[in-house]
Design a protein. Sequence first.
Length: 398
Amino acid sequence: MKKLYIVLGLVILCLVLILLYFKLNAPDVTDKKATIPQESALKAGFIYVGPVGDYGWSHAHNQGRLFAEKQLPWLETVFVEAVTEADSPRIIDRLVQQQKCDVVFTTSFGYMDATVAAGAKYPDKKFMHCSGFKRSDNVGTYFGDLYQMYYLNGIMAGALTKTNKIGYVAAFPIPELVRHINAYALGLKAVNPDAKVHVKWTYAWYGPDKAKEAAQALIAEGCDALAFTEDTPAVIEVGQEHSEMGKQIYTFSHYSPMQPYGVDSVVSGQLMDWGGMYVKILESIKDNTWNNKDIWWLAKEKAAMLGGTPDEIINSKFVGDLKKAMVNSKEFGEISAYDLVLRRYEQMQQGVDLFDPYEGPITDNKGVIRIKKGTKASKGELLSMDYYVDNVEGSIPK
C-alpha cells in the first residue's frame, strides 16, 4: 500500500509539473492580440498630379495624408503620384478594383470629370475631388483656399517694390489661379495704387525649367517682386540668385515652407495644412455622417497660413523695411505695412465676415464693375472667377 501511495504521489507530481510547464510556456493571448495587425476599417486612395517630392501642391497633400494616417489607427492609405489628367480614369479604376479602396481622393482640378464618372461607375464607393465644383450622391468636393494669404503677400510686395512692377508666374489659367492673382493684386493696390501685376503662364504644375524661365523674363522686364503658383521652389531660387548678386528680388513662397531656398529673397508666403481636413472627411466616412456638401476651409479653419516657414510668418530680414513703410488705411488710419498685414491676418483668422479681400467695389481691367460696393463675392463667384482686376496687366488666356 505504501508503494501505491508513493506511485500515486509521483504521478500527481508529474501532472503538476506538466501543467506548470504548459502554463509557463503557453502564448500570452493578450500580448499576441496586441501584436496582430487589425484589419483596417477604411482604405483611402490618393491621386496626385505631381510627384510627392515637388515641395508644392502634391507634397502638401501627401503630408496631409501622412498626418491622417498617423491620427487614425484604423486607416490604411495608398497613393499614386504624377498622374496626368488623361490617365486619371485608369488610376481611379486601379485604386478601386485592385487596391480595394473605400474612398478615393483626386487632388487636381483636371481630374473633375473623371471623378464624377467614377462615382457613377462605382456607386458603392465614395470619391472626394479637390478644387472642383461637380458633385453627385457619392462624389463630394473639398478645398483649402489661399487667396487670403495672397492678399497679405500683395500688401508686402506693394510696400517693398522699387519698380512698381510685380511679377506672377502661374501654371494654368483656371479660376483658382485667377482668384489668387487677383487677391495678390488687391493687396498690392491697398498700399500702392501705382503698382501693376504682370503674369506669365507656364502651362505646367511641375515645371521648374519653365518657371525659372518665366521668372527671369519678368525680372528682365523690371519686376522686382515675384509670386507664383507652381509646385517647385524654382522662382524662389531665381530670386535668391539675383539677390545674392546685389539686385534685390522679393519673392513669396507657395504652399510649402520654401524660405530656406531663398533666405535673402523670400519675404513671406502661404502655407497649406490639409491634415485636419483629411481627418475630418475620413472620420465622417467611417461613422456614416459623410455627405457630398462642399468643404471650403480658409484661415479661420487653420488650413491657410501665412509664412515662408511654419515658425516665421515674415522673414526677419524684411521686417524693418515693412515697419518703415507707412500707408493710409480707411479702417486703421496711418499704419505700417507690417502692422497692416498682422491686423488683416488676425481678422482673417476670425472669419470672412470681419474682413475679406473680395469686398466691393472691385472693377476688372476693362472697366466693368464685378463686385458692387458694400457686397462680398459669393463662393460661387470666387470659384468661377474669369477676369483680372484693374491693376493686373493683360488678359486671361482662353
